[in-house]
Design a protein around this ligand. Structure first.
Ligand code: G3P
Ligand code: MG
Length: 245
């Protein structure tokens, strides 16, 4: 990717913790603070449809119970994904990737789709999400940036949609992190911010990769990372970290 089209400030799970994560309400809340790019987590329903959900189980963020991939899209549609957060958001549905594609493109927003498979279906999830992203963002000005901690999911995405940009998520940096990025033909490293310093960012840039990180909620830390040349900062603190600063 020669022209990096993405803004440096990215809202985590929609609007971090201020609204129910991974719901359309969270995106609207993040947008109200000026955010123009959103990270969110995608996995598959029992019938193979990409939906937004962080955990492998429904219990923490919905009225459902058990594994996400035990319910069909129709069954997931009956759940409340907002009431757990606060009464103001009761009744908020679990969004499909298609709904998020419509909302973000209608408003000129960019996305970072984190492919987050439930354990055991990494390849299928990577392929299905990438294929859906390819068709949903066809003709959009800026492609979605795909990312995953699962190298199997990224490999699948690479195979079915080679032209969609990919970033490898790493919570700790293994010695061969640059080789991994090259092997998956990624455009970027997306690391836990604690793993980054000026030298790591410089090494990635010298090798031709952009650098993103999660989840930075402290303004001083954000300023330091950006001063070292960070390309994308994923934050919960959409009310504290101004997206244009
Ligand atoms: O995509 C970056 C970040 O979201 C990874 O961590 O657990 O919040 O999905 P997590
Ligand atoms: Mg995520």
């Amino acid at each position: 990717m020669t022209n990096w089209p993405y803004p440096r400030f990215i809202a985590h799970r929609g609007a971090g913790k201020l609204a129910p994560e991974n719901t359309l309400a969270a995106f609207r809340h993040g947008a109200s603070f000026g955010y123009r790019m959103f990270e969110f987590d995608v996995k598959l329903s029992a019938d193979g449809k990409p939906i937004l959900m962080h955990d492998a189980t429904l219990d923490r963020t919905t009225t459902g119970k058990g594994r996400v991939d035990a319910l069909t899209l129709g069954e997931l549609a009956a759940l409340d994904a907002g009431g757990w957060h606060s009464p103001a958001y009761a009744g908020e549905p679990v969004p499909t990737l298609a709904a998020i594609a419509r909302y973000t493109q209608a408003n000129g927003f960019m996305v970072n789709i984190e492919i987050k498979p439930v354990p055991g279906i990494e390849y299928r999830t990577g392929a299905a999400v990438a294929l859906d992203a390819l068709s949903l963002w066809k003709g959009a000005g800026t492609p979605p940036l795909l990312s995953s901690f699962s190298e199997v999911a990224l490999e699948a995405a690479h195979q079915v949609a080679p032209d969609l940009p990919r970033a490898l998520l790493l919570d700790t940096l293994p010695a061969d992190w640059l080789e991994r990025l090259r092997r998956l033909e990624c455009v970027a490293l997306d690391a836990n911010h604690r793993e980054l310093d000026a030298a790591v960012i410089g090494a990635a840039h010298s090798a031709g990769f952009k650098v993103l990180c999660y989840t930075v909620n402290d303004r001083v830390r954000a300023a330091n990372l950006l001063s070292w040349g960070l390309d994308g900062l994923i934050t919960d603190a959409v009310d504290q970290i101004a997206p244009q600063s």
